[in-house]
Design a protein around this ligand. Sequence first.
Ligand SMILES: [Fe+2]
Ligand SMILES: [Fe+2]
Length: 185
Amino acid sequence: MQEVQELLIEEMQDLLHAEHQLVKALPKMAKAAHDPKLQQAFEKHLEETQGHVHRLEQAFELLGTKPKSKVCKGMQGLVEEGQEKITEGKQKEQSIADLGLAGAAQKVEHYEISGYGTARTLAEKIGQSKVAKLLSETLSEEEKTDKLLTQLCAPILDEASQQNPDEKEEAATSHAHKAARGKGA
Ligand SMILES: [Fe+2]
Ligand SMILES: [Fe+2]
Protein backbone atom coordinates (compact mmCIF):
# COMPACT_ATOMS: atom_id res chain seq x y z
CA MET A 1 0.00 0.00 0.00
CA GLN A 2 2.90 2.32 0.84
CA GLU A 3 4.34 1.78 -2.64
CA VAL A 4 0.99 2.52 -4.29
CA GLN A 5 0.75 5.78 -2.35
CA GLU A 6 4.29 6.69 -3.43
CA LEU A 7 3.39 5.99 -7.04
CA LEU A 8 0.27 8.15 -6.66
CA ILE A 9 2.35 11.02 -5.26
CA GLU A 10 4.81 10.73 -8.17
CA GLU A 11 1.92 10.78 -10.62
CA MET A 12 0.54 13.91 -8.93
CA GLN A 13 3.97 15.58 -9.03
CA ASP A 14 4.07 14.95 -12.78
CA LEU A 15 0.56 16.38 -13.18
CA LEU A 16 1.40 19.45 -11.09
CA HIS A 17 4.34 20.25 -13.37
CA ALA A 18 2.15 19.63 -16.41
CA GLU A 19 -0.55 22.01 -15.11
CA HIS A 20 2.02 24.71 -14.29
CA GLN A 21 3.26 24.54 -17.88
CA LEU A 22 -0.30 24.85 -19.18
CA VAL A 23 -1.00 27.95 -17.07
CA LYS A 24 1.79 29.57 -19.13
CA ALA A 25 0.92 28.01 -22.50
CA LEU A 26 -2.86 28.53 -22.62
CA PRO A 27 -2.77 32.36 -22.83
CA LYS A 28 -0.51 32.01 -25.90
CA MET A 29 -2.93 29.53 -27.47
CA ALA A 30 -5.84 31.91 -26.76
CA LYS A 31 -3.97 34.82 -28.30
CA ALA A 32 -3.12 32.81 -31.42
CA ALA A 33 -6.69 31.53 -32.01
CA HIS A 34 -8.71 33.34 -34.69
CA ASP A 35 -12.13 31.82 -34.02
CA PRO A 36 -13.71 33.72 -31.09
CA LYS A 37 -15.32 30.56 -29.66
CA LEU A 38 -12.00 28.71 -29.76
CA GLN A 39 -10.33 31.66 -28.11
CA GLN A 40 -13.01 31.66 -25.38
CA ALA A 41 -12.56 27.92 -24.87
CA PHE A 42 -8.81 28.40 -24.27
CA GLU A 43 -9.49 31.26 -21.87
CA LYS A 44 -12.08 29.27 -19.95
CA HIS A 45 -9.76 26.29 -19.74
CA LEU A 46 -6.99 28.53 -18.43
CA GLU A 47 -9.25 29.40 -15.48
CA GLU A 48 -10.07 25.73 -14.98
CA THR A 49 -6.36 24.86 -15.17
CA GLN A 50 -5.62 27.24 -12.32
CA GLY A 51 -8.25 25.29 -10.39
CA HIS A 52 -6.50 22.03 -11.33
CA VAL A 53 -3.31 23.29 -9.69
CA HIS A 54 -5.31 24.18 -6.59
CA ARG A 55 -7.02 20.76 -6.43
CA LEU A 56 -3.66 18.99 -6.74
CA GLU A 57 -2.30 21.10 -3.86
CA GLN A 58 -5.31 20.07 -1.76
CA ALA A 59 -4.75 16.42 -2.70
CA PHE A 60 -1.10 16.59 -1.59
CA GLU A 61 -2.25 18.00 1.75
CA LEU A 62 -4.78 15.20 2.19
CA LEU A 63 -1.93 12.72 1.66
CA GLY A 64 0.12 14.52 4.32
CA THR A 65 2.79 15.74 1.93
CA LYS A 66 3.88 19.09 0.53
CA PRO A 67 2.93 19.94 -3.08
CA LYS A 68 6.02 19.28 -5.16
CA SER A 69 6.41 19.02 -8.91
CA LYS A 70 8.57 16.68 -10.94
CA VAL A 71 9.59 17.62 -14.49
CA CYS A 72 6.90 16.34 -16.84
CA LYS A 73 8.75 15.62 -20.07
CA GLY A 74 5.62 14.45 -21.85
CA MET A 75 3.92 17.82 -21.37
CA GLN A 76 7.11 19.69 -22.27
CA GLY A 77 7.02 17.96 -25.65
CA LEU A 78 3.32 18.64 -26.17
CA VAL A 79 3.68 22.31 -25.22
CA GLU A 80 6.60 22.60 -27.65
CA GLU A 81 4.46 21.12 -30.40
CA GLY A 82 1.71 23.61 -29.52
CA GLN A 83 4.22 26.43 -29.85
CA GLU A 84 5.21 25.07 -33.29
CA LYS A 85 1.55 25.15 -34.33
CA ILE A 86 1.31 28.79 -33.21
CA THR A 87 4.39 29.72 -35.27
CA GLU A 88 3.45 27.67 -38.35
CA GLY A 89 -0.14 28.95 -38.15
CA LYS A 90 1.02 32.48 -38.92
CA GLN A 91 1.78 31.38 -42.50
CA LYS A 92 -1.54 29.54 -42.93
CA GLU A 93 -5.21 30.19 -43.57
CA GLN A 94 -6.94 31.19 -40.32
CA SER A 95 -9.15 28.11 -40.23
CA ILE A 96 -6.20 25.77 -40.85
CA ALA A 97 -4.16 27.53 -38.17
CA ASP A 98 -7.07 27.13 -35.71
CA LEU A 99 -7.46 23.45 -36.52
CA GLY A 100 -3.74 22.95 -35.86
CA LEU A 101 -4.02 24.71 -32.51
CA ALA A 102 -7.09 22.76 -31.46
CA GLY A 103 -5.37 19.49 -32.44
CA ALA A 104 -2.35 20.34 -30.28
CA ALA A 105 -4.65 21.26 -27.39
CA GLN A 106 -6.53 17.96 -27.69
CA LYS A 107 -3.25 16.03 -27.44
CA VAL A 108 -2.66 17.90 -24.18
CA GLU A 109 -6.14 17.02 -22.90
CA HIS A 110 -5.62 13.36 -23.75
CA TYR A 111 -2.36 13.33 -21.82
CA GLU A 112 -4.11 14.85 -18.81
CA ILE A 113 -7.08 12.48 -19.09
CA SER A 114 -4.66 9.58 -18.99
CA GLY A 115 -2.65 10.96 -16.05
CA TYR A 116 -5.70 11.86 -13.95
CA GLY A 117 -7.36 8.54 -14.76
CA THR A 118 -4.32 6.62 -13.47
CA ALA A 119 -3.99 8.81 -10.38
CA ARG A 120 -7.67 8.46 -9.52
CA THR A 121 -7.51 4.67 -9.82
CA LEU A 122 -4.49 4.57 -7.50
CA ALA A 123 -6.20 6.86 -4.96
CA GLU A 124 -9.35 4.73 -4.98
CA LYS A 125 -7.32 1.55 -4.51
CA ILE A 126 -5.70 2.81 -1.30
CA GLY A 127 -8.99 4.15 0.07
CA GLN A 128 -8.15 7.85 -0.41
CA SER A 129 -11.65 8.73 -1.51
CA LYS A 130 -11.33 12.51 -0.97
CA VAL A 131 -8.20 12.57 -3.13
CA ALA A 132 -9.96 10.40 -5.74
CA LYS A 133 -12.89 12.86 -5.77
CA LEU A 134 -10.63 15.86 -6.38
CA LEU A 135 -8.85 14.03 -9.21
CA SER A 136 -12.20 12.99 -10.66
CA GLU A 137 -13.47 16.58 -10.75
CA THR A 138 -10.44 17.68 -12.75
CA LEU A 139 -10.65 14.62 -14.98
CA SER A 140 -14.21 15.50 -15.95
CA GLU A 141 -13.19 19.08 -16.85
CA GLU A 142 -10.41 17.72 -19.08
CA GLU A 143 -12.89 15.38 -20.79
CA LYS A 144 -15.41 18.19 -21.30
CA THR A 145 -12.71 20.39 -22.80
CA ASP A 146 -11.68 17.65 -25.21
CA LYS A 147 -15.30 17.21 -26.34
CA LEU A 148 -15.84 20.97 -26.62
CA LEU A 149 -12.77 21.28 -28.86
CA THR A 150 -14.12 18.54 -31.14
CA GLN A 151 -17.46 20.40 -31.37
CA LEU A 152 -15.83 23.76 -32.05
CA CYS A 153 -13.64 22.29 -34.77
CA ALA A 154 -16.56 20.90 -36.82
CA PRO A 155 -17.67 24.26 -38.34
CA ILE A 156 -14.05 25.42 -38.72
CA LEU A 157 -13.26 22.22 -40.59
CA ASP A 158 -16.32 22.76 -42.82
CA GLU A 159 -15.09 26.24 -43.60
CA ALA A 160 -11.58 25.00 -44.34
CA SER A 161 -12.73 22.19 -46.60
CA GLN A 162 -15.09 24.49 -48.52
CA GLN A 163 -12.37 27.07 -49.02
CA ASN A 164 -9.81 24.77 -50.50
CA PRO A 165 -11.46 23.56 -53.72
CA ASP A 166 -12.20 27.17 -54.79
CA GLU A 167 -8.70 28.27 -54.10
CA LYS A 168 -7.27 25.29 -55.93
CA GLU A 169 -9.58 26.01 -58.85
CA GLU A 170 -8.60 29.65 -58.86
CA ALA A 171 -4.93 28.77 -58.70
CA ALA A 172 -5.35 26.18 -61.47
CA THR A 173 -7.23 28.67 -63.68
CA SER A 174 -4.65 31.39 -63.28
CA HIS A 175 -1.93 28.82 -63.88
CA ALA A 176 -3.68 27.72 -67.09
CA HIS A 177 -3.99 31.35 -68.20
CA LYS A 178 -0.34 31.93 -67.58
CA ALA A 179 0.53 28.75 -69.48
CA ALA A 180 -1.71 29.82 -72.39
CA ARG A 181 -0.12 33.25 -72.44
CA GLY A 182 3.26 31.57 -72.32
CA LYS A 183 2.42 29.47 -75.36
CA GLY A 184 1.14 32.44 -77.34
CA ALA A 185 4.22 34.50 -76.75
FE1 LIG B 1 -5.61 20.35 -16.31
FE1 LIG C 1 -6.60 20.48 -19.58
